[in-house]
Write a protein that binds this ligand. Structure first.
Ligand SMILES: [Zn+2]
Length: 104
């Protein structure tokens, strides 16, 4: 019963639907830790963002993560996520380029 279609998820910041592989997952673990989950495999409630720092900043400003994760996100966590996110974004872009999947 596996479908070949890539599942779509909505970016919490710009609300665009995109395939999961185009998005970065932020997850709230059952213990309440909030972290970036690049592999998309951590357990917990997830929120998705485009692979763009701009969307991260928008999500921060609009508190989209708090709504999506139904949790209070402390400013320190945003700071940590932002640092991680910028690193991840570079990695993410590098990964995409390496897979020959450029569409821009
Ligand atoms: Zn977005």
């Amino acid at each position: 019963m596996r479908k070949r279609r890539v599942p779509l998820r909505k970016c919490v910041a710009c609300h665009e639907m995109q395939s999961k592989r185009e998005l970065i997952r932020v997850v709230r673990s059952p213990e309440g830790d909030i972290a970036i989950d690049l592999a998309g495999k951590k357990p917990g409630r997830g929120a998705y963002l485009c692979g763009k720092a701009a969307c991260f900043r928008l999500a921060k400003k609009s508190r989209a993560f708090e709504r999506a994760l139904k949790a209070t996100v402390q400013p320190e966590i945003y700071d940590r996520l932002e640092q991680d996110f910028i690193q991840m974004e570079d990695q993410f872009i590098a990964q995409k380029a390496a897979s020959g999947d450029e569409d821009e």
